[in-house]
Design a protein around this ligand. Sequence first.
Ligand SMILES: [Zn+2]
Length: 370
Amino acid sequence: MSQVLVGWCAGRIPDPVGRLRFLRAAAPAIEAQTDRRGLRLSYLLPPLLLLLPISLLLLRNSQATVAAIPTPRPPLVMPEKGPVEVWLVEQRDGSETYSNGLRIETSEAVSNHARAYRAFPAGGGAAVSRTQPAGIVFHTTESLQAPFEARQNRTLTRIGESLLEYVRRKRAYHYLIDRFGRVYRVVKEEDAANHAGHSVWADDQWLYLNLNESFLGISFEAETQSGDTESRLSAAQLRSGAMLVEMLRNRYGIRGSNCVTHGQVSVNPSNMLAGYHVDWASSFPFQSMGLMDNYAEPLPAVWAFGFEADKAFLHDAGPRLGASASAAEQSLAEAAHRAGLSPNTYRKMLRKQYRSRLSELNHTLTEDSE
Ligand SMILES: [Zn+2]
């Protein structure tokens, strides 16, 4: 009888967190009755009946604040530098030159669909629609690498050209930086590119899902090995990468903490594991790009979305991203404690929110294409 009543009351609480709290609050009283011999539930039923409507009222009133689990970003470990002012100096057929020395080859940039995405407030509430990029995801092309020496010029050039043709056809990135440090615009900045698939990131105010739409993609013509601790980029690639990051951060007001690698953002929703793609999982030269060491920050896939970092991910990620995943687990446990929930229950709630946000995005995408 009592469980039916509690279940009925719980069913009337639309918010899952509120419902869970209510059930947990009601549970000890009922368990106590079944444990103690001789004390019948009927003794407790009248006071329980009196209390339930009050509890229900309180929970309903607090529903606005628990409609979504707030997912506050753990404080930044590294200090963040602001963007540097960079302006367009000259625009000619086929190239752009910028005040920081950046030169972009633009002649064969291709269009894709216009960028449009939703960002979700970290504190809960309705998503907002945006068209400006919020961050940058760094990639490697994982393509054939000829020895980087003068007598290989012809081979290096041939490989670079066919790579460029391939990534254009696939609308794979916004920018490609070849072995000689030449910067090619692949997909126009105002359009989305197919670079990040299922991916997540968060800053202190917003949660981002599926970064093809919300983040720009920069790929270096390079190949990484899991466990690399140093990047294999040429000096020219490092210089060009830094200038490109500087220009894009200034143009769109992108925060350094939102300039991240594919290995940090990639996720697999089918098994809820982090790190489906692991390019730059361990050796991205943040410092050479004028950025804070984002590997030192707790991994949002874990603390904001409830993904797990399994052994395979930790192997590919290496110690830096591995520490980031552990720090994120710690943050998740602390947030669960503050909410009065077990880490396991809290993670389930995060996952549920992730799925509902994902379906909201997919729904929007379907609506747009109709
Ligand atoms: Zn990638």
